[in-house]
Design a protein around this ligand. Sequence first.
Ligand code: SF4
Ligand code: MSK
Length: 625
Amino acid sequence: MANREKEAREKSVWEDARIMLEKASRDGVETAWDRLLKQSPHCKFGESGVCCRICTMGPCRISKKAPLGVCGADEHVIVARNFGRFLAGGAAGHSDHGRDCIEAFHAVANQETSDYSITDQDKMLRIAREMGIETEGRSALRVARDLADEFLESFGSRREEVAFVRRVPSVQRKKWKDLGIVPRGVDREITEMMHRTHMGCDNDATNTLLHGLRMCLADGWAGSMIATELSDILFGTPTPHMSKVNLGVLKEDHVNILVHGHNPIVSEKVLEAVQDPELVSRARNKGAKGINLAGLCCTGNELMMRKGIPMAGNHLMTELAIVTGAVELIIVDYQCIMPSLVQVAKCYHTKMVTTADKARFTGAEHVRFDMVSAGQQARKLVRMAIDRYPLRNKDRVLIPSEPVELMTGFSVEAIISALGGSLSPLVDAIKSGRIRGAVGIVGCNNPKYKHDYCNLNLTRELIKRDILVIVTGCVTVAAGKGGLLLPEASKYAGPNLGEVCEALKIPPVLHMGSCVDNARILQLASLLANELGVSISDLPLAASSPEWYSEKAATIGTYAVASGIFTHLGHPPNITGSSVVTDLALKGLDELLGACFCIEPDPFKAAKLIDARISKKRAALGLSV
Ligand code: SF4
Ligand code: MSK
């Protein structure tokens, strides 16, 4: 085997990735894997979290020789402060996305834009009633204005708890109350974390971490949940349908446009623009057969969940998608967009355009999206892509594989409808052991791991054990490429789960959306707990992020644990320098909240650990193990 091929095989489980890695190497394009090599070995102080840069008396690094920073902070305080700020970054990312959704919804409600509208009015009215807003005899826009205001309150400082806390089962809520971690307002909790972690403020590691739980709960049960619910209201609540995945979704004879980032507010308008007959005919005049739109990362998940738009890849495929040489334009909004994409695009004819003022990239063109001109801006972008098609160098184009089919669209509403209108059949299947439990596998890729090896193998191992898997974010692409998001994949599941899936004609792995859509998993868990009359932490549930990398993923894991869901991570965050912080994460939280983290890089061993936890929860509920 040639060296280049061997190296590529070690980096990813996928053929499309390997072919592109070899092409990148031939084309002289540097990727995340190359840069990881240059960054290795990583700094041990940073890795264990004991390097503090919070003030200019430092930076300080804790070692045997120097056990305290200049101010006197020990390793526990330093690790807790660093981790608290890490979690704040994640909570801020999701929640600021949620705020953008509120602003769009607010603009619709106040008739300030004609570019967006309410697509799922029934859901809007249902949620308004859930929030205690009067709907009878009132216009939809009037109700929408009240709902927008209600959601904005969940970001502020005037409420004792965020609006969706009312969805949390009472036993779990009581635990939060006793610990003083009921989330009040998203911005308040994030600001307070920055305050607490200033030099000379919260110098008790456990106390800082408890606030970390509260802040992450504000993300899960407010910032993310609001983003999900409003995206459904604005663009439609997903229902099951088919789509496709991998780099084979790019088309050699079409203008190819990729959307990357997280917020459907941009990508939904681009989708409308690529269907504009005038623009399609412009593309034909330039020699293309049409315009092809595909997604990357979470904005890809959003478009696929609602509209069936195919996904080209996940986090580590974003550079490689451009390496195909077949992409005219990559449009990004925010989060998880590698700055390297600017350089990779420059190696081909690809143009990169940013759309959010808060996420600009030096070297990329900026086309600002706002509520009033979004439609016009989206058409401008599509014209830009079409005009680049003649610049494509056909000799440098290589689209490496045939796409794989998948089934997507499993919102909570869609799951309930697939079950015939209530969750009772799912509860019965869990009680009888035909479904032994459920695990949400979520999150990213990380070049420190063989790309998608853990994501894929953990999913396979769990369904074999009659455990239903739910995927969101970048794991979706791994499960999809592995053929696990198809009803026919029931043959890979254990006999009992397989039978349930065959009867319902659903896959054993259900796609529930993007990173913010992990809030759908929270909602499903709380509905199940209420149905059984128990707390979320009593359910045979778990979460996992085997190849995570981002602050957001750590925040998701933390709100999952605080909500009562046992959570596996493939590797620890940078906290191992403090026994207090590590012990709390791996053990202490279990006593306080009925859930904790576990760390295991090997997906086969992780499956056993998760299985054991599910068996323990089943036994405690008096169910067959
Ligand atoms: Fe050093 Fe303390 Fe300043 Fe951190 S806050 S850099 S430990 S002096
Ligand atoms: S995009 S946070 S790499 S899942 Fe949501 Fe993927 Fe992880 Fe970003």
